[in-house]
Design a protein around this ligand. Structure first.
Ligand SMILES: [Ca+2]
Length: 219
């Protein structure tokens, strides 16, 4: 009996060891910047100006005013604060001249709130809420926005950096835009942009800044 259970344990241990390499989260959308966003379903805000170029898997946006990429309809169709959602991207900003306070960043509407995360060379902040943190955003960082209900968390390179509740600003729109979202001039570079709307992505599901490489391995 002892031998049998030992054998069973060995079989189970082998089974665990042989099965299931670390799963890569199946993002609802994942832009690896190997193609222009508009070639894979994203659109450009019709008021946009400026230009963007691809080189080496990095998208560079140079914009005299706006150059915003707008998520495909699956964002609007599926975003739900009850199940939560996650937005993750890796980028850095160059010089910017902010207008109305922010310039480069991410704007996300989830049918409960419309939130504007500004990423300036020396800080990140949420427009209208007075929530901010100093950051050298001219360096590459991986940003993750995690929202569940009215609870918003922003991680920078895996560190919880902004944590706030936003209990409804009356906005019922569903949108997701990123890039040059303010009216001043800006330059920024983006390595990838991803979002998941079916659930909050577990923190353990990525090694920060590496999901692009993992995603490529998975394909
Ligand atoms: Ca701008």
């Amino acid at each position: 009996m002892v031998a049998k259970s030992h054998h069973l344990g060995l079989v189970l241990a082998l089974g665990v060891a042989m099965c299931c390499p670390a799963r890569v989260w199946a993002w609802t959308e994942f832009l690896s910047m190997d193609m222009m966003p508009e070639d894979v379903g994203w659109t450009i805000n019709s008021s946009s100006e400026g230009s963007s170029t691809l080189f080496g898997g990095v998208l560079t946006i140079n914009s005299p005013s706006y150059r915003e990429y707008v998520a495909p309809a699956d964002w609007a169709n599926t975003v739900d604060t009850a199940t939560g959602y996650t937005i993750e991207f890796r980028m850095h900003v160059g010089l910017t001249t902010p207008c109305f306070g922010y310039n480069v960043g991410v704007a996300y509407g989830d049918k409960i709130n419309g939130t504007f995360l500004g990423i300036e060379p020396d800080r990140i902040w949420v427009y209208g809420l007075g929530v901010q943190a100093p950051l050298d955003a001219t360096q590459w960082h991986t940003y993750r926005i995690v929202v569940l209900g009215s609870h918003h968390r922003l991680y920078v390179d895996g560190q919880l950096t902004l944590d706030f509740t936003y209990s409804g600003d009356g906005s019922t729109g569903a949108w997701l835009e990123w890039g040059d979202i303010g009216c001043g001039w800006s330059s920024s570079q983006w390595d990838y942009f991803a979002y998941e709307t079916s659930a909050v992505v577990p923190v353990a599901q990525t090694s920060w800044g590496k999901i692009k490489a993992l995603y490529r391995d998975e394909r």
